[in-house]
Every structure is written in structure tokens, then in C-alpha cells.
Design a protein around this ligand. Sequence first.
Ligand code: CA2
Length: 147
Amino acid sequence: MTRPVFILNGPNLNLLGQREPEIYGHDTLADIENLCRETGKKLNLEVEFRQSNHEGVLVDWIQEAGSGSAAVIINAGALSHTSIAIMDALKAIPVPIIEVHLSNIFAREEFRHHSYISPIATGIICGFGPKGYQLGIEAVYESLKRP
Ligand code: CA2
């Protein structure tokens, strides 16, 4: 069995399904976690799914993933646009990094167009809602087949 795929979620993603459904849809984070677990099961990949509203906690989890994961899939929420600490932590780990956003950040306000994570990510998926997480797990599966 390979190491788990860490799926990390940042600030306010715990509120999904409660507000702004026109942007983020009606699914809750628990629904997205279930989708990830089902996808992981089909591909025989263990999933470690977490959410925090705190930048430092996310940095701790990224460091943990550096030695204990097969890959990191991260939706850092608004911290994607602001956090050099998260970028530095991701830069320091030797596993594939997939950046996911539910919404198409390039079709929204200008301040969302830049992400500190994008330049150091293996790949980026945005605008496909919860399906983006599934696509991220499938991308990890493919990359593990062909290292
Ligand atoms: O599109 C995405 O996945 C985002 O990462 C979501 C973030 C946003 O700041 C990024 O620019 C794009 C927001 C997280 C969810 O925020 C909510 C706020 C209120 C109600 C529901 C969700």
C-alpha cells in the first residue's frame, strides 16, 4: 500500500453548502470528503482529508505530508492568494502537489488571479467544483503509475 494522499483544505471551506451556492455550489465539505474517499477506494489510494482555518496548522500538515504522503492535493482557500508561508512549506516537500479550486479563480476578482501555490504546483485544477478534487486524485494515481 502506498502512503496516503493528503487532501488539505484552508479557511472557510468548512462553510461550503451554507452560503454563496451560486459560486461554490450546494455540496458541503463532508460531501467532498465522501467523493474523495470513494475515488480513493476505486483507485486503491488511501485518503487523508483535513480542513483548517489556521495558516500555521496547514503549514504543520504540509510538513507532515512531506515525509508521510504520496502527494498533496491542496485547496488553500484565500490563503492561496496571500500565504508565502504555505508556498515555502510546499516548496520544501518532495511529493507531487496539486492545487485545486472549486471556482474558476481567473474568472473572478483580480486579487484571486494570483496564487502563490501555482508556480510550485505540479498541476492546477480550477472551476470544476467538487469534481476538481476527484480529478486531482486521478492525476495523482496516473503520476504514481508513471513516476
Ligand atoms: O474556489 C475555491 O475553491 C477557493 O479556493 C475558495 C476560497 C476563495 O477565497 C478562493 O479565492 C477560491 C473560499 C473558501 C470558501 O469560502 C466560503 C465562504 C462562505 C461560504 C462558503 C464558502
